[in-house]
Ligand binder design. Structure first.
Ligand code: NAP
Ligand code: F7E
Length: 373
């Protein structure tokens, strides 16, 4: 029988990939979209262009907001979903220090509103709930690598709010026997990643610097280490978590970690450029021998002509303290053994392939666009 899913955060990176996965699996997918003064469904719209009409017709979007309890109850009561994926969040860690109350309302109480709606609509026996937990819960890590039993030490309003959501899911599981599962997902990226997360900021900047549209890339903590995977692998894990025979909590990660500095070097290397790092702290710079563009190159940018351009060696990466956080998570590395053993999940896309895909995507989009003008 066809299953019905309800996705909050459907317009985000993960919501878009998850929608594609569930439509491919034959689900009817209902998605929650915030009213915005500008179109916020561009990722979904582009993804839908790659799907057959029959699949697209199984996607139904609803206006709403995770902070509106009545709206959430009414939607869940009328959709009667088999599965709910609660992905809606103010998901930017740095911005959560500027908007702690909004972030808590969305990220913490949002999860509670979903649970209450399922309970009050008498859907406890029908509806399974997935909560988007995060490696940010581990924060100031007490062991390496981190697994499901590693103590939590959140380091931002974002992470503290997500900790509430994580525990309220477990509480409703224990108290009311709801099928409420969590995925403790480590960082996952893709060409759909929003531009102010570090990976996409890097790949877009590398593309712009090497096509003459941007002078340099300003970053914060180059030493931060993350366990970066690909979002497509991670939405597959979400589905496996909800289709396990019992509700549970799972770490989803690659087990490998890389620094922000390594990500930058790798991204430049994808387009054939080496970075040399000099200095330390605020004075660290990344130097590369990059093309010098004249106006005609900017108008008719052509990647094959890059090597014919004159090159100069200059700083292309700088450190700007504006991107430092009041409290930083310095290192994250996950142990996904439980997911591997119980769900048969493992990552399929390597770090190198991830950086390559993101960098080429941004470079090609930019150079193809400039050719149009
Ligand atoms: P994202 O791209 O920032 O997407 C967040 C989604 O939440 C967007 O669709 C956004 O809508 C929606 N949203 C925000 N506030 C809302 C509100 N008040 N009501 C309804 N919807 C709201 O995030 P993502 O990377 O796809 O991540 C998905 C989830 O996984 C998030 O909960 C995130 O915290 C969590 N997570 C992410 C990672 C990661 O590395 N990506 C790792 C662990 C956990 P708009 O499009 O209108 O802004
Ligand atoms: O930062 C450092 C920054 O913003 C990664 C979210 O999806 O993953 C994400 O949170 C690291 C941090 O992701 C810049 O200080 C240096 O150490 O890409 P990010 P995040 O904070 O790890 C977790 C798992 C989530 O749950 C979140 O929703 O990179 N960094 N320079 C920088 N970060 C940014 N954004 N910008 C910089 O210029």
């Amino acid at each position: 029988m066809e299953k019905t899913a309800f996705i909050t955060g459907v317009t985000g990176q993960d919501g878009t990939y998850l929608t594609k996965l569930l439509l491919q699996k034959g689900y009817s997918v209902h998605g929650l979209v915030r009213r915005s003064s500008q179109k916020n469904t561009y990722r979904l719209d582009e993804m839908c262009l790659t799907l057959k009409k029959e699949m697209r017709q199984r996607l139904i979007l609803h206006y709403g907001d995770i902070t509106d309890a009545i709206n959430i109850y009414n939607l869940i009561e009328s959709i009667q979903p088999n599965e709910i994926y609660n992905l809606a969040a103010q998901s930017h860690v740095h911005i959560s220090f500027d908007t702690p109350i909004f972030t808590s309302d969305v990220n913490a109480l949002g999860a509670l509103r979903i649970l209450e709606a399922v309970k009050n609509a008498n859907l406890i026996d029908k509806t399974r709930i997935y909560q988007a937990s995060t490696s940010e819960l581990f924060g100031q890590v007490s062991e390496i690598p981190q697994c499901e039993s590693t103590p939590f030490h959140p380091r931002s309003p974002y992470a503290v709010a997500k900790l509430y959501a994580h525990w309220i899911m477990k509480n409703y599981r224990e108290a009311y026997h709801l099928f409420a599962s969590t995925g403790i997902l480590f960082n996952h990226e893709s060409p759909l990643r929003t531009e102010n997360f570090v990976t996409r900021k890097i790949t877009l900047s590398v593309a712009k610097i090497l096509s003459g549209c941007q002078k340099n890339l300003c970053l914060g903590n180059l030493n931060a280490k993350r366990d970066w995977g690909h979002a497509w692998d991670y939405v597959n894990a979400m589905w496996k978590i909800l289709n396990h025979h019992q509700p549970d909590d799972f770490v989803i990660a690659t087990g490998q970690q890389h620094s922000v500095r390594e990500f930058v070097s790798k991204s430049f290397a994808c387009l054939g450029y080496d970075i040399r790092w000099e200095g330390t702290g605020l004075h660290e710079i990344g130097i590369s021998k990059v093309p010098v563009f004249r106006e005609e190159h900017l108008l008719f940018n052509d990647s094959s002509a890059l090597t014919d351009l004159p090159h100069e060696e200059r700083p292309v990466v700088l450190v700007d303290p504006a991107f430092f956080r009041p409290a930083e998570v310095n290192t994250l590395q996950g142990d996904y053994s439980k997911a591997k053993n119980l769900l048969g999940w493992h990552p399929t896309i390597s770090f190198d392939d991830l950086v390559h895909e993101m960098t080429l995507h941004d470079y090609q989009a930019l150079t193809q666009n400039s050719k149009k003008f």
